[in-house]
Ligand binder design. Sequence first.
Ligand code: GLU
Ligand code: MG
Length: 448
Amino acid sequence: MTKAASAAAKDLAAAGVAGAQLAWADNNGIPRSRIVPIAGLGEAATRGVGATTLFAVFDSHDTITYAHPLLATPSGDIRLVPVIERLRRLAGQPALAWAPVRQVAADGSPWPYCQRSVLERQVAAAAERGFELRAGYELEFAVAPAGSPDIASSPGHRGPAYSPHALVELDAFIAALLHDFEANGLPLYQLHAEYGLAQLELSLRATDPVAAADDQLLARQTIHAAAHAHGLRASFAPVVDPEAVGNGWHLHTSLWRNGCNLLAGIPDAEGAGYLAGLLRDLPALTAVTAPSVPSTARLRPGYFASAYGFWGVENREAPLRYVPDSELLGTAHANVELKPSDASANPYLALAVVLAAGLAGIEEALTLPEPIAEDPGTWTEERRAAAGVTRLPRTPAEQDAALISSPRITGVLGEELLGAFRAVRESDLKWAAERDIDEIVAAHLWRY
Ligand code: GLU
Ligand code: MG
């Protein structure tokens, strides 16, 4: 790998690249990075770059919590090892290349807090059983002129929703996104003006889960750089204004075996177990895929963000929106969209827990209830109870209780990472307890 890294570094240097940004996402979904001069990339690929062990216990406000007993002192170092196969030049920041990192212990052995390695292990375990996950993210975000304190006081577009006119004033930014996604190797499917406040959405094509998580991370960097270059700033926060529609980072997945999409033809297909597994673990999944204090504010009925635990066919209020195959689209098209998912989730952990919950559903041959076509948020409590539809966790405390009650989800994280993750959530919660919703929203607005 050193050889490949050194060769890549040489080519990049010749093309004018001065440094490589080595990136990962922490337990708050916040990207963190180190930049090495391009000549140092070969060494970084062999020995890694040093960093504190405490990145595992940074909370959403850059405060380190010492509440996790295994990381309770300021002593200790890990190594950040770039994944050279994923090295790319950044079109919007031409002096830089970019690569995701694996976090390893100082002696090179596995580091149990490395989120990317957690996903790699899940993917390998699924492959051993003959299963392959395909995943693609849909990213919603709001834009405002650079320097704006928030979105509401100076929205970057004024709609109408889905209108080409909304995008005219953002034309140069949109052009840069189209160009830079292509140049950065990010497989864009489509983009549009969404119906939220100054909101845009773009979706990435499905790929293997580790690439999908890497790409989600790089997509953030690509969007931020393009926004900056065009006098804008982008907010990926789950909520940009307490009253407004939130930003979902919906996660589309399908499960394959022997080249067949098991989600085609639901509910009869074997993949029904996958869906039933996601349904069973929705509350615990949500604690990982939408884990921040603003996430719980986003998950309200009537906002297409999802609030109750159920599945539906193309139902936009459903946390599990099944997207069927058709004669026109083919069987590859079938997938399920997880809506309680946002930018405050670590993308590697999000995919790892989704995969584990779904596979457990198949292995235990869980069965699916009937899909729901309506919005149960408009039903009476009695009707919801009769249909077995319960509210997704509303508070961080409810999320934590759901998380620890699912051995499937806690098992994916492992004791160490689970401990750090919960300590971080607790630290966020303490911070939020003294603040009102406006202050909470403002503090998360530009963090992702
Ligand atoms: N903005 C909504 C959310 O918070 C999603 C809207 C849609 O269905 O695309 O997830
Ligand atoms: Mg959308």
